[in-house]
Design a protein around this ligand. Structure first.
Ligand SMILES: [Zn+2]
Length: 210
């Protein structure tokens, strides 16, 4: 293994780097990571939640599954998933954000969104962190892709369509490895993760060559 970069990302901050085709991104955490990727040579081509679900024909993806772009191209393949057997990564939710927290509080719905009415809400979240993570590529805020939410286990009632936050998270830091299938800009947010009993933690983002 040849390590290209290895970065500590504090809680509720963002990270971003380029990664070459064939290199591997290892993200390690015990709380949610919002993750997205963009074609390094054409920033109009971005990760797409819907394409990813349909091409894999599933709501949850794990080892062997592929992240797709809106332009129908494979972007990354999950090659190792230590969350398997504990929970699923989410492909339904968008990013948390300052406006989302403020709206939930104004509507008196913090308890529905999170695990308490009386918890302090941050002034920013994953949306702002991903904007920062992609800042080297000048991606406008409205074009930040809806993410793959790593380690965000969500309960889905397939009869009613109801989706609910879950506190299921890794007990200790574990990793998921993604192989780049094209040259990419990748960005990750260490989610403030208000739905987890221990809230959001720092994460580790490493790029390596096998
Ligand atoms: Zn978040």
């Amino acid at each position: 293994m040849k390590i290209i970069s290895d970065d500590f990302v504090p809680a509720n901050t963002g990270w971003g780097r380029p990664i070459n085709k064939g290199q591997i991104l290892r993200m390690t955490a015990k709380s949610i990571i919002d993750f997205a990727c963009i074609n390094l040579h054409n920033t109009e081509e971005r990760f797409d939640q819907a394409r990813t679900k349909v091409y894999n024909m599933k709501l949850w993806i794990t080892t062997g599954d592929v992240l797709y772009s809106k332009l129908n191209n494979p972007m990354m393949t999950i090659i190792e998933d230590q969350f398997a057997g504990i929970g699923y990564h989410d492909l339904q939710y968008g990013t948390c954000s300052g406006p989302r927290f403020a709206r939930a509080k104004a509507e008196g719905r913090l308890n529905q969104y999170h695990h308490g009415d009386d918890i302090p809400i941050p002034d920013h979240g994953c949306w702002e962190n991903l904007i920062h993570g992609f800042s080297a590529w000048n991606i406008p805020p409205e074009y930040i892709p809806s993410p793959l939410n790593v380690f965000q286990h969500v309960d889905i009632d397939t009869k009613s369509g109801q989706i609910n936050h879950s506190p299921i998270r890794p007990k200790d830091p574990i990793h998921v490895d993604f192989r780049a299938e094209m040259d990419l800009a990748v960005a990750a947010s260490a989610c403030p993760d208000l739905a987890a009993p221990q809230f959001g933690q720092s994460i580790q983002c490493m790029i390596y060559e096998p």
